[in-house]
Design a binder for this molecule. Structure first.
Ligand SMILES: NC(=O)C1=CN([C@@H]2O[C@H](COP(=O)(O)OP(=O)(O)OC[C@H]3O[C@@H](n4cnc5c(N)ncnc54)[C@H](OP(=O)(O)O)[C@@H]3O)[C@@H](O)[C@H]2O)C=CC1
Ligand SMILES: CC(C)(CO)C(=O)C(=O)O
Length: 334
């Protein structure tokens, strides 16, 4: 039996493939569960063209077509990395993991955008460490099993301790050691890694980009993030949306979203970062729209809007983006 840590990537799309690959490079035993790209990945692995690391073929230790198949020989994983899109209106996402989680040994890492993503997993698996991660990278699946990755990859993550879990010392102890081992293997795989105490602040920080540039990239008529910040009119719109997200995030989490940069300076920082990128950033929401797939508007806009309002912050631009996006999606998916 291998003494390596075992990882199961649930949803080997672009993000799952990049992190799965780097974790294998860092010393992990990495298996993947695929859906539409199963045949291609089983046959030829994942071809990753990365500006950061060059061209590589990531050959997972095992390729499975379902959660059931991933445990058919009694496997129990140290970590399950959930890298699917977050689409709560299509059903409870935690149910899909039920065959895989057999004991509290398995930590559940959610490498996904959005707010409020942890609750279904914490409810379904109350003893398993739930570790949400904000992912900073740009990646895209060009065709089944062929992934394009930009010039950086970073994860900011921490232990979810809201609600009933706050009282459970055993949960915290297991969670803390899972965080440390994950951090170590990411660093070995050349992934930027930060264990974050103020978890929700880092999720709202990531949302500054996702709730502004992602919907606007769709609604503008399919412009990249780089193009949107170059054009003066959309640049201003993006910044105004960002200000709403920052105010909402500060009110909801009770503190600044960044330790060093004041909230008022963050929109300029995000815009500058996007403007100076040499790779073209096609936000994941625009990728979904172009592929006629459902978009993650519930966790990127709807839930943040509800939380903002509950905290007394008005977010009219985000509400407008949300309504227009839902209308667009209806037509796009017809
Ligand atoms: N792309 C990016 O640059 C970034 C994305 N993110 C976030 O990361 C998350 C993942 O995004 P991304 O990798 O782009 O998404 P993708 O759509 O590329 O990948 C998701 C994968 O999960 C698969 N999947 C979905 N449901 C199941 C299931 N039940 N069983 C097996 N496989 C399943 C999908 O299969 P199928 O093709 O059949 O649907 C697809 O291969 C999202 O929350 C996104 O917002 C965060 C930062 C950057
Ligand atoms: C920040 C960005 C655009 C990737 O760089 C992202 O998170 C997404 O595509 O959803």
């Amino acid at each position: 039996m291998s003494d390596k840590l075992s990882f199961l990537v649930f949803g080997a799309g672009s993000v799952g493939s990049v992190f799965g690959w780097r974790i294998q490079v860092g010393g992990g035993n990495v298996s993947v569960v695929c859906r539409s790209n199963y045949e291609a990945v089983k046959k030829s692995g994942l071809n990753i063209n990365s500006d950061q690391h060059g061209k590589h073929i990531f050959t997972p230790n095992n390729v499975y077509s379902s959660a059931k198949e991933a445990v058919a020989n009694g496997e129990e994983y140290d970590y399950v990395l959930v890298c699917t899109k977050v689409l709560p209106s299509y059903g409870d996402p935690a149910v899909a993991l039920k065959p895989i989680i057999k004991s509290n040994k398995t930590s559940i890492i959610l490498i996904q955008n959005g707010i409020g993503i942890e609750e279904p997993y914490a409810r379904e698996f109350p003893g398993n460490p739930v570790i949400p991660a904000a992912a900073f990278l740009d990646s895209k699946q060009l065709k089944d099993g062929t992934i394009e990755h930009g010039n950086h990859a970073r994860l900011t993550f921490g232990l979810y301790t809201d609600g009933v879990l706050e009282r459970d010392e055993e949960y915290k102890k297991c969670g803390e050691s899972a965080l440390k081992a994950f951090d170590k293997i990411l660093i070995s795989g050349s992934v930027g890694s930060t264990i974050e105490e103020h978890l929700q602040r880092s999720r709202w920080f990531k949302l500054i980009f996702n709730a502004s540039l992602n919907p606007i990239s769709v609604l503008s008529g399919q412009y990249s993030a780089n193009e949107l910040v170059k054009n003066p009119g959309t640049r201003e719109l993006v910044k105004k949306a960002m200000i709403e997200i920052i105010k909402a995030g500060e009110a909801v989490t009770g503190g600044p979203l960044d330790d060093k940069v004041p909230g008022s300076d963050l929109p300029d920082q995000f815009v500058k970062y996007t403007e100076t990128r040499t790779t073209t950033i096609i936000p994941s929401m625009l990728q979904d729209y172009m592929n006629k797939k459902p978009m993650e508007h519930e966790v990127i806009l709807k839930i943040p809007i509800e939380k903002a309002k509950a905290a007394g912050v008005e977010v009219p631009i985000l509400e407008t983006l949300y309504e227009l996006l839902v209308m667009n999606e209806k037509k796009n998916l017809q």
